[in-house]
Design a protein. Structure first.
Length: 631
């Protein structure tokens, strides 16, 4: 349906250009799919007269395309009305004449008499998808593209290049990097945030399977949740070629999702947009289709294996998926209670669907973190984390997260340093842009005495995810462990504006204490402990009070920790650290030996300059040797 040199159609605040295939309102382009756009142009050409459904079918839906015409036309009209802000009950533009057709009723200027629209070139017949009867709509470029899924709509192919000739969309810069912004929860119910956040993470995970595409990880994009920043500014801050944004609404068992892909090239361009609606039980199907549609739209090069991963449908029990999303949402929101609840949800998901690999991966992450934070003992948490991670990989060996969890357990519980490094390197090979693996590999390197490499790896994690406060603060911590105090302080001050507490206050406080600024260091740690009386905060505060001469206060903190151990697990090495600060070397060594016996020795504590003096003790050297660490 080309009209070389044809004038634009103007109606109300809108303008339609048949040559470029664009619809705009007050000069701003409005994303609209091919088929609704073709319907609009035909109605505009015949404005004021009735265009029957039969004429529309003959002109735009050739008989041999096997498309469900009634459903397709109804959906096209709905999309048109949505784009125009029109209503079927009180139409301003498109009037429905029951059992007859449609009429464009608004005044139209700029049109000329044209011959009836001829049928579009013959379209390739869609490939049959066994067991699936409805398909998702989306603008997909290239040869015949079909996404078949339950409870959704059809998209027809682009055989012969008819769509490209119709739209003549200007070429845009190739897209090699993408940010998926947090989907906006339009349900106005905070209890539904987990759904929007979970779907965001799933889309990121799906698209990150394409190695040729740099996808900004979740920890960086979540900084923009609820932001009103312009897309161009966000794209510039994240250094990406395009941004995917959208909304999620759940109401009475139905989920509606809108999405649009925007190029960050100046001026920014809307590349693609679509709207999906399905039952809550089919949300995963929508997510997979959306990820596939985006991959097609940006025309990124994919390996056959990546295409298979992206195209493979995920059959997951809906209740299991719901429980998984809740578990992952709580896991991402720090706090011991959230962590305990996340474990319950992951276990619920596994009970509903024992073959759900991501639920096993989430459970592995939870046990690992519970032990790392000292909420449970490593003897309790580490074997469970390992078993869950191995089960996840057995079910889906493409997952990278469980590899990182297994490497963490080899480091912290098994003290298999060589085995841990092999797993870290394998994870980096599979997913070089996964910030978490660089982050944890940096901690491993610091533990085994390779402090300069640790700094390099921590910087790599921060480069991959520049807006992650945890990764940025980890650079400071690794510089501190490498005794590069001036540079650590410089880096800390760079990020203090947007992360004032820098890892709970103890990072910068540690630098102060090692450079003779004891008053500032203690003040930072007291402030951190006031906001969170966790065992980690108490450990650092108790040690600092002891080494700065406030032994009575330090003793009170120690007593508080011992009382706390009656109600929950407190890692022995935390107690040992406070005894060392109080100058009680013998008790410090006894508690470190207890930590070794319980296999709870947190390796990330051992490189700390706070322990430089006790490191010369034969008993401590013996412990380090038995753990396979440098003495």
């Amino acid at each position: 349906m080309e009209h070389p040199g044809a004038p634009h159609f103007r109606f109300g605040m809108f303008e339609a250009d048949p040559t470029s295939g664009e619809l705009s309102k007050n000069g701003r382009r409005i994303p609209l799919q091919d088929q609704p756009l073709r319907v609009l142009v035909l109605l505009l050409e015949r404005a004021g007269t009735v265009v029957s459904r039969e004429e529309l079918q003959k002109a735009l839906w050739p008989a041999d395309t096997f498309v469900e015409f009634d459903q397709g036309l109804n959906t096209a009209i709905k999309k048109l009305r949505l784009a125009l802000g029109d209503s079927s009950d009180n139409p301003r533009f498109i009037e429905t004449l029951p059992r007859k057709g449609y009429r464009f009723i608004a005044p139209v200027t700029g049109r000329e008499a044209v011959a009836p629209v001829s049928p579009s070139p013959q379209l390739a017949k869609p490939t049959a998808v066994p067991g699936l009867h409805r398909l998702i709509g989306g603008r997909m470029r290239g040869a015949a593209a079909l996404v078949g899924f339950a409870a959704l709509l059809i998209v027809v192919s682009n055989a012969g290049g008819w769509r490209d000739r119709l739209l003549r969309r200007p070429a845009v810069k190739s897209i090699e990097s993408l940010a998926v912004l947090p989907l906006e929860n339009l349900s106005h119910d905070p209890e539904q945030d987990y759904l929007a956040d979970g779907m965001t993470e799933e889309l990121i995970t799906d698209l990150a399977k394409i190695n040729a595409l740099r996808v900004i990880p979740r920890t960086s994009v979540m900084q923009y949740k609820g932001t009103k920043k312009p897309i161009a500014e966000i794209a510039r801050e994240l250094n990406v070629d395009a941004v995917l944004e959208g909304t999620v609404t759940r109401d009475q068992g139905r989920v509606r999702i809108t999405a649009q892909l925007i190029s960050s090239a100046a001026p920014e361009k809307h590349l693609w947009a679509d709207k999906y609606e399905t039952s809550s039980s089919d949300v995963l199907i929508v997510q997979d289709a959306l990820a596939k549609a985006v991959a097609h739209e940006i025309q990124i090069n994919m390996t056959p294996g990546e295409r298979t991963l992206l195209a493979s449908p995920r059959a997951v029990d809906p209740a299991a998926y719901e429980a998984y999303l809740k578990g992952r949402y709580l896991w991402e929101h720090s706090g011991e209670e959230n962590l305990k609840k996340s474990r319950e949800y992951f276990e619920q998901a596994i009970a509903k669907d024992p073959s759900y690999a991501l639920a096993w991966a989430g459970l592995a992450d939870t046990f690992h973190r519970l032990a790392s934070w000292g909420v449970i003992s490593r003897q309790d948490g580490a074997p469970r984390a390992r078993a869950a991670a191995e089960k996840a990989l057995e079910l889906d060996n493409s997952l990278v997260g469980p590899l990182v969890t297994l490497a963490g357990e080899k480091t912290e519980y098994e003290w298999d340093w060589a085995g841990a490094e092999r797993l870290y390197k394998r994870a980096i090979e599979l997913s070089p842009n996964y910030g978490t693996v660089h982050h944890q590999y940096a901690t491993y390197l610091a533990e085994i005495g390779r402090s300069r490499e640790a700094v390099t790896e921590a910087r790599r994690a921060s480069e991959v995810e520049p807006l992650s406060p945890v990764f940025s603060a980890n650079v400071v911590w690794k510089l501190y462990l490498a005794r590069q105090y001036d540079e650590a302080e410089l880096e800390a001050r760079k990020i203090s504006g947007w992360q004032p507490h820098i890892m709970g206050g103890y990072t910068l406080a540690s630098v102060y204490l090692q450079t003779g600024r004891q008053r500032e260091g203690v003040a930072h740690l007291k402030k951190a402990a006031e906001s969170n009386r966790g065992v980690l905060q108490l450990m650092y505060l108790g040690h600092a009070l002891g080494v700065t001469g406030a032994r009575a206060e330090g003793q009170k903190v120690l007593e508080e920790m011992q009382a706390l151990s009656q109600r929950r697990y407190v890692p022995p090495e935390y107690i040992a650290m406070v005894y060392e600060g109080l100058g009680d070397r013998d008790r410090a060594l006894r508690w470190f030996e207890k930590a070794y016996a319980e296999r709870s020795m947190n390796g990330w504590i051992l490189p700390d300059p706070r322990l430089d003096q006790i490191r010369t003790e034969p008993r401590f050297k013996n412990l380090m040797g038995q753990m396979g660490l440098p003495q």
